[in-house]
Design a protein around this ligand. Structure first.
Ligand code: G3H
Length: 500
């Protein structure tokens, strides 16, 4: 293990992490370093470089200059390199997981799982290389065109892909962008989230060791507020795949220009619980869905809409189950740990206070220690409260009691978001009918909202995103068909037609 970890020393001087340009680790000429602190105990995890616009330019330039060499690397070779990277991630999962736990306060086991899940994505992306196979067509299926017109269509990369991941999955949701981008023959500029930069920067070492040539993969670190707009609007960036808040996503879409975008944004996923739902499964799904990583997931259960006959018992059992959650140190795998920073805690508390002021009942929680907010259950939430609509990104479950299925559908759909929805019932026909009515990317029947398995399509409607992710979908979105049309001459035709 020690030897493996020594491989990472190349990217840092003690606690000063560098950025990755053309295969080399560099210190920024800005002279500015950004401290990354553990959100649980405020310990320093390390410093990252605040890159300058000039360094951004350099990263994009390197990526652009290397498109041709990478595009001409056979697809099977690119796939092999992704597989090598997956193996390295698995070997280093414990080390990287521990670092991730320190950076973003995720329980250690979940942090290690995040690394291993990324390895699976790299592996499955390599396996999906046949998505890049082209097609041939003859023209004679359309009126007015003949068999002498033959198209040869194959998939080519888009160019330089900018991959920006979020703080809640800095390794996995950056990796899920990098793998399809590289497989499709694009070169990459990665801009990791500030909190998560250190772990995500390890992609530099991993990909280089796996066989990605210098300049094909570059990393820029720094505050989005300083270099973000410059990077996004950079004319040499050909495609952007971003995961983050809807607010940032909307801003990005405004300034990106005519670049294809793949955006995974916020959510306000609602669980509609019908009277005949399996209570144990529903309770388990709500508690796990709302409180994993303290609710800091775009797919977290963010509202529960129970029907009248099940509401009391459901809330009682959710409280009972929530009381079993352990709270505290992520290194000890406590279920509930710190939110990413104190600003986010203040926001979550603001939402709770607003709900209480307007008549919501606190059934459990509403306590804060440092950056930890206790899992909080609010009953009698009404649609005039902010928590009914705003994305909490924290451990709160608001129960909005509804009288009819129509009312549940209306409240679900009134949200500005459209990521996922849930329906808990034993009546599958009815569930499918409700699913038809919900304006979201995915509907889960009798299960919590979540992104995986990672080969499923992952989509958000309205403010929840743009485009479809998922292994095959991301590969297709990061490449395009290129068509060569052969126009054969009539001369020398050997074909005999059937007698009329
Ligand atoms: O935060 C957004 C992620 O895509 C959610 O992924 O459902 O696997 O936690 P997850």
């Amino acid at each position: 293990m020690t030897n493996l970890i020594q491989e990472f020393n190349i990217m840092r001087d003690d606690l000063d992490y560098k950025f990755f340009l053309n295969g080399e680790w560099k210190v920024s000429s800005s002279g500015i370093k950004i401290p990354i602190k553990n959100p649980y105990n405020n310990d320093l995890v390390g410093y990252i470089q605040a890159c300058t616009k000039e360094e951004v330019n350099q990263a994009v330039k390197n990526a652009k200059e290397n498109i041709e060499c990478w595009e001409n690397t056979p697809i099977k070779k690119r796939a092999e390199i992704l597989k090598n990277a997956a193996n390295l991630m698995n070997q280093w999962a414990n080390y990287l997981g521990e670092l991730l736990m320190k950076e973003n306060g995720k329980p250690l086991n979940s942090a290690i799982s995040e690394i291993k899940r990324t390895a699976l994505i790299f592996d499955a992306t390599a396996e999906a290389k046949s998505e890049l196979i082209g097609t041939t067509m003859t023209g004679d299926i359309m009126e007015g065109a003949s068999k002498e017109k033959i198209s040869i269509t194959y998939r080519v990369p888009l160019g330089v892909v900018l991959c920006i991941g979020p703080f809640n999955y800095p390794f996995n949701l950056t990796g899920s962008k990098i793998a399809p981008a590289l497989l499709a023959g694009n070169t990459v500029v990665m801009k990791p989230p500030t909190e998560g930069s250190i772990t995500a920067s390890h992609f530099g070492v991993i990909l280089q060791k796996a066989g990605v040539p210098s300049g094909v993969f570059n990393i820029i670190t720094g505050r989005g507020s300083e270099i973000g707009d410059f990077l996004i609007s950079h004319p040499e960036i050909n495609m952007i795949n971003f995961t983050g808040s809807s607010e940032t996503g909307k801003h990005l879409a405004k300034i990106a220009g005519m670049k294809p975008l793949l955006l995974e944004l916020g959510g306000k996923d609602a669980a509609i619980v019908l009277n005949d739902a399996d209570i144990n499964n529903t309770v388990k799904s709500i508690v796990s869905g709302a409180f994993s990583y303290n609710g800091q997931r775009c797919t977290a259960v963010k509202r529960v809409l129970p029907m009248p006959d099940i509401a009391d018992i459901l809330i009682e059992k959710v409280v009972e189950e929530t009381k079993k959650l352990t709270i505290g140190d992520p290194s000890q795998n406590r279920n509930i740990g710190p939110l990413i920073n104190s600003k986010q805690c203040d926001y979550v508390q603001e939402l709770i206070a607003d709900a209480i002021k307007k008549g919501a009942e606190v059934k459990y929680g509403n306590k804060r220690e440092g950056n930890i907010i206790w899992p909080t259950i609010l009953d009698k939430v009404t649609t005039d409260m902010r928590i009914a609509w705003e994305e909490q990104f924290g451990p709160i479950v608001p129960f909005i009691r509804v009288k009819t299925i129509e009312e549940a559908i209306e409240i679900s759909n009134k949200s500005e978001y459209g990521l996922q929805g849930m329906i808990f019932t034993n009546n599958i026909d009815l569930a499918l009918n409700i699913a038809q009515e919900l304006d979201v990317g995915t509907i889960q029947i009798n299960g919590q909202s979540s992104r995986g398995p990672d080969h499923f399509p992952f989509i958000g409607t309205k403010a929840s995103g743009m485009g479809t992710q998922g292994i095959k979908y991301s590969i297709l979105n990061m490449s395009r068909p290129k068509v060569v049309v052969m126009n054969l001459s009539e001369k020398g035709k050997l074909i005999r037609f059937c007698n009329q």
